[in-house]
Ligand binder design. Structure first.
Ligand SMILES: Nc1ncnc2c1ncn2[C@@H]1O[C@H](COP(=O)(O)OP(=O)(O)O)[C@@H](O)[C@H]1O
Length: 175
């Protein structure tokens, strides 16, 4: 329950390549919050069900990863970073930010990362359709979901500032 947390929990989500890791790293440095990379945690603990041959990536074992995360989420101060958001319990998060990037910039970033073919096309399409934003709106309270534009370095800086300020406000309201 949010009332029992001494600090808020934040979810940063969006299509791969929109800048989640970059933003979370900067936030962790600024706030001392813990950056929890769900993909990394899954890899370290082998939380996979199967291998997806089409996308050349393993499929997350959602229950297993949720069990691993549950205890860490209790006290707050966690920034969760993942390219999906519909399987986390709603109660875990005080606010959800969905990063968005235009197709041209995202195409360049994902190509540089080595994405090609169907994997590249599907991720671009996911972003064009706003799939993750829709997922967030369907999974969390409407007034706790915010869309942030992440097309360039200036917007990245603004997003860091906005979230840092939101955290400060949350702490003040708690006092
Ligand atoms: N707002 C931004 N402006 C410019 N480049 C960015 C921005 N966000 C991310 N990048 C670059 O795009 C690439 C993917 O960013 P990353 O943070 O790994 O995305 P994600 O974690 O969402 O997959 C990195 O090379 C990063 O430097």
């Amino acid at each position: 329950m949010a009332e029992s947390r001494s600090l808020p929990n934040i979810l940063i989500t969006g299509t791969p390549g929109v800048g989640k890791s970059t933003l979370c790293q900067q936030l962790a440095e600024r706030t001392n919050f813990q950056w929890l990379e769900v993909g990394k945690l899954a890899k370290e603990n082998n939380c996979y069900e199967e291998f997806d041959e089409v996308y050349h990536c393993p499929v997350l074992h959602e229950d297993k990863i949720l069990d691993l995360m549950e205890d860490q989420m209790t006290d707050g101060g966690i920034i969760v970073d993942y390219h999906g958001c519909d399987f986390f319990p709603e109660r875990w998060f005080d606010i959800v930010f969905v990063l968005r990037t235009n197709n041209t910039a995202l195409f360049d970033r994902l190509s540089k990362r080595g994405y090609s073919g169907k994997k590249l096309e599907d991720n671009i399409q996911c972003e064009i359709f706003g799939t993750i934003l829709e997922e967030a709106i369907d999974s969390y309270k409407k007034d706790s979901v915010f869309e942030l534009s992440s097309n360039n370095a200036d917007e990245m800086d603004e997003n860091v500032e906005q979230i840092v300020q939101w955290i400060e406000q949350w702490k003040q309201n708690k006092m």
